[in-house]
Design a protein around this ligand. Structure first.
Ligand SMILES: C[S@@+](CC[C@H](N)C(=O)[O-])C[C@H]1O[C@@H](n2cnc3c(N)ncnc32)[C@H](O)[C@@H]1O
Ligand code: SF4
Length: 358
């Protein structure tokens, strides 16, 4: 049985200039056909799915209206055995939060909300092309708690153009004042096919690796001192609040992804649905495969992937002392029990280390 389910909702109130996730500006005319297609895709997997974790990501799932969310999430309830679900996350943008929506989501079984705050400074939010202010994000957080959402993650981005340590510290502290259960703090990346990438290429934006490293250190200091455990490079949780769905990815468990651009990995098969909502909907309606990419991932590849992911987490990896010796000598890993975990300087170069190791 497959225990992890992802659903990709490709709509956003407005497209942010740094974001490369597959999404489009919301279009009411397409939505119902898309929701029907997603439920039809769920039907295809119903007999082998018994999810323990569900993650509705995007895009912005909360860009759907309350009736649309009731149709989609309620439709999943009718099709799938959800009796084993322990964690059901849904991503929200602060501009799309309402008390009515939050209550409806809880009634449907959602028990974790991940909200994209990004920054608590209005000038930074403006530079990021966000549709909400800091005050609105704070109100939306209060609404989630008022509705009784038991588990809330806030997403933040650091390494913004011109961002000083003082400004980033203020964003971290305002986040901590709200006492979320989980904080994801990502370093801004300049993804191809984004407006920020084009500005970078034109020389209008200049990332500074040294500043980014200092801001990352500050993040670890401030969140660590406040009792948030860094259980993955960009993810910090209060005890017991680690995201189980993401941990399943990092442990290389099988998962099914519904919706355009969603990946699935089941056994040796990995596939990716077409990154085009209209084409995805058309294919499902015509009973054609929604995937436009498929590959075989043999056991050795999955093992290597599992190690690369695990190294990014506080679990670390088991390793041959000879194999790990150069990383230890460089100060990038240290022993923890019978495993090896990244040191602070290792976390700074985690991607390169993981690529080297697998
Ligand atoms: C798929 S988005 C979902 C959140 C929701 N759509 C919102 O923006 O409010 C997940 C998170 O990825 C992060 N993210 C997206 N693009 C990024 C980039 N280029 N660099 C760093 N973080 C990024 C943001 O923190 C964002 O909240
Ligand atoms: S960051 Fe969130 S709201 Fe902005 S474009 Fe990406 S998915 Fe949409």
């Amino acid at each position: 049985m497959i225990e992890h389910l992802y659903a990709h909702i490709p709509f956003c109130p407005k497209v942010c200039p740094y974001c490369s996730f597959y999404k489009e500006a919301s279009d009411r005319n397409k939505t119902q056909a898309f929701l029907d297609a997603m439920l039809a895709e769920a039907d295809l997997h119903a007999t082998r799915l018994r999810p323990r974790t569900i993650f509705f990501g995007g895009g912005t799932p909360s860009a759907l209206s309350t009736p649309q969310l009731e149709f989609l999430l309620g439709g999943l309830r009718q099709r799938l055995d959800l009796s084993a679900v322990t964690e059901w996350t849904l991503e929200m943008n602060p501009a799309t939060v309402s008390l009515e929506k939050a209550r409806a989501l809880l009634a449907l079984g959602v028990n974790r909300i991940s909200m994209g705050v990004q920054s608590w400074h209005d000038d930074e939010l403006h530079a990021l092309g966000r549709v909400h202010t800091a005050a609105q994000a704070e109100r939306s957080y209060a609404i989630l708690r008022e509705a009784g959402v038991p588990n809330v993650n806030l997403d933040l981005i650091f390494g913004l153009p011109g961002q000083t340590p003082e400004k980033w510290r203020a964003s971290l502290e305002r986040t901590l004042a709200l006492a979320p259960d989980h904080i994801s703090a990502y370093c801004l990346t300049y993804e191809e096919d984004t407006e920020f990438f084009r500005r970078l290429q034109r020389g209008e934006m200049r990332p500074d690796e040294e500043v980014d490293a200092a801001l990352f250190e500050l993040t670890m200091d401030v969140l660590g001192a406040a009792g948030y455990h860094q259980y993955e490079i960009s993810n910090y949780a209060r005890p017991g609040r680690e995201c189980r769905h993401n941990l399943a990815y990092w442990h290389a468990a099988d998962y099914v992804g519904l919706g355009p651009s969603a990946f699935s990995t089941v056994g040796e098969r990995r596939w990716k649905n077409v990154s085009d909502t209209a084409e995805y909907t058309r294919r499902i309606q015509a009973a054609q495969p929604a995937a436009d990419f498929e590959e075989t991932v043999d056991a050795a590849t999955r093992h290597a992937e599992r190690r690369a992911f695990a190294l990014r987490t506080s679990d670390g990896i088991a390793a041959d002392p000879v194999e790990i010796a150069p990383l230890r000598a460089a100060g990038y890993v240290e022993p923890r029990g019978d495993r090896w975990v990244l040191t602070r300087s290792g976390k700074m170069v985690a991607d390169a280390i993981a690529a080297d190791l697998v």
